[in-house]
Design a protein. Structure first.
Length: 111
């Protein structure tokens, strides 16, 4: 739902708003990386540049920030899942790796 909503809003942005969208996202990433000892929440960075945003641009950025806030935070235990391995009927639970070697979870949107 949120991705479709974001895509619909982004499709309706003017060229200038699209450029500003990219500029604000770059600013958010830059500020978050600059403070490695203390992470600045993306929402806080968004609020600092919020006055110059149009309604549509703010809506698109709010969706991106909200999506990023939904997942577990650094240091929190991720939710358990039970998924079928690719090309196999074997199933894997995340919790089965607890206390063993590190696990890298990669979730992406490739559309």
């Amino acid at each position: 739902m949120q991705k479709a909503q974001r895509d619909r809003i982004l499709a309706g942005l003017s060229q200038e708003d699209r450029q500003n969208f990219r500029k604000v996202l770059t600013e958010i990433k830059t500020q978050m990386k600059a403070t490695s000892s203390q992470r600045i929440p993306a929402r806080q960075v968004l609020e600092t540049c919020g006055d110059e945003l149009t309604g549509e641009l703010r809506a698109a950025l709010e969706i991106v920030v909200s999506r990023d806030e939904m997942g577990p935070k650094i240091g929190e235990t991720p939710p358990d899942f039970n998924l079928k391995r690719m090309g196999s009927e074997e199933r894997v639970r995340l919790s089965s790796f607890r206390g063993k070697s590190p696990v890298a979870l990669v979730f992406g949107s490739y559309t």
